[in-house]
Each structure stands twice: as structure tokens, then as C-alpha cells.
Design a protein around this ligand. Structure first.
Ligand code: AMP
Length: 282
């Protein structure tokens, strides 16, 4: 396994692989790797010949400096985990200086309505930061395939749009959500939860499942009201948003139209820790 910190070394290694006819897969992450990340690496491993996992906590996508400061950084543990399961993979763990030089600044993107709601609304500038770092990584690694989790479904659609805007020759591969035993979507942030918070956070998944079950029998307003009530009754979780949205445009649904795909989205806080999840409804 290679652990590379410098761009030039990565470029030289990948250029040799490309010349040998190898297909390259990229899995961008912020580290603190868990089984959810590994499911992306597994998919990359079965799709591409060479798998690059980038580990970089990207400052420009954080709208909250506390969140950035508290974000778990565990490169040594991450490397051991990857070495154990994927001994042939390449880890790219650059510094801020390497990725941004002296300009720690995000580009401004026109993602349209995709970025207007949910994470785009509650985390100002977040998707410009995500777009900036993913654009840099895609231009550097030049992968044939890049893998993104549906856990961050809005991000996944934003990345597809980014690839269109930047005209990048890469295929974006979506990967399904990996969950803990109680249904909680796996996340690096789960490590910051107390045992009780982690148990009670299953309310997020249960709520999405309830909505899925009742979808089509109740109105969007009724379903939203029920979710808000569930969270009001929780002493542990504070709802930031619940939205049922068109699964392609991400515009919030007011009325359910036949022939349209919908998804439900939740963001909630357990103490200081912000958790997100989503589920296809039809
Ligand atoms: P992160 O390190 O949180 O930026 O995540 C890196 C990639 O892993 C993103 O594409 C995420 O959507 C994906 N990911 C994170 N958690 C999960 C999960 N529980 N299931 C599937 N994909 C995930």
C-alpha cells in the first residue's frame, strides 16, 4: 500500500498505471474511516484496477469552525484499516498547503436549485467548498470512476452537476447507505456521540422508515407534522429540517405527483453533533 502526501508523486505513479492500461477509481473522504467508507472502497475495488482513497479534511466546506476543529483525524488508524482490507490501494493524504497553496478559498459555483435547500440552505458555502475540493481531486487523479455515498445524497447530485459544469471525463458511481445495527447511518461524526445519543439517534432512521411506509396515504404536510412531533418529544435529538423532495431536482414537494421519484431528508442535532440521513420513498 502507498501513502502519498505530495501531488507530483501521486501524478507520476498514476501516469505509469494509466500507461499500462489500468482503470483508476477515486474514493474521496475526510478520513476517520468506517464500514460505510469501506463499502465505497469495495465497490471501487471491483470496478477499477487501481483504487485511490483521498483523506483530506477540507476546511472550505465547513461553515462552523467548531465542527472543523472537532472533526476526527485518525490517519494512522485509517491507513491500518485500509492496509488490512485493501493492501494494494493508494492513500492520498495531502496537506492544506498542497491542496490550496496559500489561497484557502472556495470557487463559486452555479449549481442551481440543487444547492438551494437542505445542506445548501443550512450550511452556507458548503457546496462551493465541496465542489472546489472535488474538482481539484478529480483534476489531479483523473480517475475513470469516482465513488460517492447516497448518505450525502444532495452532495452526490451536486458532484454530478460539477462534473457537467467542469466537463470532466469521469463516471460518478453512487453507493448505497451503510447503517449501524439500529439503523443509524454510519458517519465519522457518530464517534463524537455518547452511548445514549448513539442509541437514540436511531430515531432519524425510524422516522424515515415511517414516512416511507405512510407515503402515498398521507399528505406531505401531515407527514412533516408527524416527524416534527416525534422530534419534539425527543430529549436527545433536535430537528433542523425534514423535507420530502423531488429525487432529481431536490425541490421540496408540496403535492405528490404520480410518476415522480421522491426522497425524504432529515438533519438533526444530538448535542453539538449534526447528523444527516435520507431515504427513497417510491
Ligand atoms: P466523508 O468522509 O464523510 O466526507 O465521506 C466520504 C464519502 O463516503 C462520501 O461520498 C460519503 O457520502 C460516503 N459515506 C459516508 N458515510 C457513508 C455511509 N454510511 N454509507 C455510504 N456512504 C457513506
Amino acid at each position: 500500500m502507498h501513502i502519498i502526501h505530495e501531488k507530483e508523486i501521486l501524478e507520476n505513479l498514476l501516469s505509469a498505471k494509466r500507461k499500462a492500461g489500468k482503470k483508476i477509481g477515486l474514493v474521496p473522504t475526510m478520513g476517520a474511516l468506517h464500514t460505510g467508507h469501506l463499502s465505497l472502497v469495495e465497490k471501487a475495488n471491483t470496478t477499477a484496477d487501481v483504487v485511490v482513497i483521498s483523506i483530506f479534511v477540507n476546511p472550505t466546506q465547513f461553515n462552523n469552525q467548531n465542527d472543523l476543529a472537532n472533526y476526527p483525524r485518525t490517519l494512522e488508524k485509517d491507513s491500518e484499516l485500509l492496509a488490512h482490507h485493501y493492501p494494494d490501494c493508494i492513500i492520498f493524504a495531502p496537506s492544506e498547503q498542497t491542496m490550496y497553496s496559500d489561497q484557502l478559498q472556495a470557487n463559486t459555483y452555479e449549481f442551481g436549485p440543487l444547492a438551494n435547500y437542505m445542506e445548501g440552505q443550512f450550511r452556507q458555502g458548503h457546496f462551493d467548498g465541496v465542489g472546489t475540493i472535488v474538482n481539484k481531486l478529480l483534476r489531479l487523479v483523473k480517475p475513470d470512476f469516482a465513488f460517492f455515498g447516497e448518505k450525502d445524497y444532495q452532495q452526490l447530485l451536486i458532484i454530478k452537476k460539477l462534473v457537467e459544469i467542469e466537463k470532466l471525463p469521469v463516471t460518478i458511481i453512487p453507493c448505497s447507505i451503510s447503517r449501524e445495527k439500529n439503523g443509524l447511518a454510519r458517519s465519522s461524526r457518530n464517534e463524537l456521540l455518547t452511548t445514549e445519543q448513539r442509541e437514540r439517534a436511531s430515531l432519524i432512521f425510524q422516522s424515515l422508515q415511517d414516512v416511507k411506509q405512510e407515503f402515498g396515504t398521507k399528505s406531505v404536510i401531515e407527514l412533516s407534522g408527524e416527524i416534527e412531533k416525534k422530534f419534539k418529544n425527543s430529549a436527545i435529538l433536535k430537528l433542523e429540517y425534514f423535507i420530502i423532495a423531488n429525487a432529481e431536482t431536490l425541490e421540496p414537494a408540496k403535492k405528490i405527483e404520480t410518476g415522480t421519484k421522491y426522497r425524504a431528508f432529515i438533519a438533526a442535532y444530538a448535542g453539538e453533533v449534526r447528523l444527516i440521513d435520507n431515504m427513497a420513498l417510491n
